[in-house]
Design a protein around this ligand. Structure first.
Ligand code: NAP
Length: 195
């Protein structure tokens, strides 16, 4: 089986590159590879998928700068909504599956109990709206798909809450952090698709 991972150096993509290798040949593409796969360039996305001809697509790339997205809504929309829509259309055309990662930001975030899959969505920011639009495009594409909504992803690499806290604890006597958010820290290894 040939698996196309969209993303290469991101926190989750890096982990998936290692772990999915036991299921077959892994090809990981991003904006810095040949062929280039830039989710913000629809024609290039289709061309990259067609050149790889995968048996499965796993999209671990996204515009993930939650706060910056408020100033760059078009960039977030292209990468999180339009790019995944093209991936899904290509998956449908090839008759293959697409695994895609989404976020708890599709929910309003004002609840006090863990969200369920069928809870009403209601994103409150650009990032959440762009990710929800990506989910919708995938669902409408006709491709076999799995969308995994995750949150607070941590692992041994990349920028994440755990590593930031460990660094601050090593540097400072006192660490001040917000205490008004509830979340479910999720080890990146738990986000691997398992057959
Ligand atoms: N980390 C979390 O806590 C968290 C929580 C909820 C959901 N998620 C979701 O989980 C998935 C993986 O997140 P992550 O934590 O691994 O993110 P990350 O570490 O920020 O990595 C994102 C990757 O996407 C790539 N990328 C950005 N724009 C792109 C574009 N236009 N075309 C192609 N690649 C692009 C980046 O590559 P460059 O080097 O080119 O920038 C980067 O390698 C995403 O769908 C995210 O929404 C993550």
């Amino acid at each position: 089986m040939k698996i196309l991972i969209v993303g290469r150096g991101g926190q989750l993509a890096w982990e998936l590159r290692r772990t999915l290798a036991c299921f077959g040949e892994v090809v990981a593409l991003d904006r810095h590879t040949v062929p280039v796969l830039d989710l913000a360039e629809p024609a290039g996305v289709a061309a990259a998928v067609r050149s790889v001809r995968p048996d499965l697509i796993v999209n671990a790339a996204a515009y993930t700068a939650v706060d910056r997205a408020e100033q760059e809504p078009e960039r977030a929309w292209k990468a999180n909504a339009e790019g995944p829509a093209v991936l899904a259309a290509e998956a449908a055309r090839l008759g293959i599956g697409l695994i895609h990662y989404s976020t708890d930001y599709v929910f309003p975030g004002d609840g006090s109990v863990p969200y369920r899959e069928d809870d009403p969505v209601g994103p409150r920011n650009v990032y959440g709206r762009s990710k929800l639009a990506g989910e919708a495009a995938i669902a409408e594409s006709g491709a076999a798909h799995v969308v995994l909504r995750t949150a607070w992803v941590y692992g041994v690499r990349g920028q994440n809450f755990l590593r930031t806290m460990l660094r601050l604890m090593a540097e400072r006597e006192v660490v001040r952090v917000i205490d008004d958010q509830l979340g479910a820290p999720t080890l990146d290894r738990f986000l691997e698709p398992v057959w």
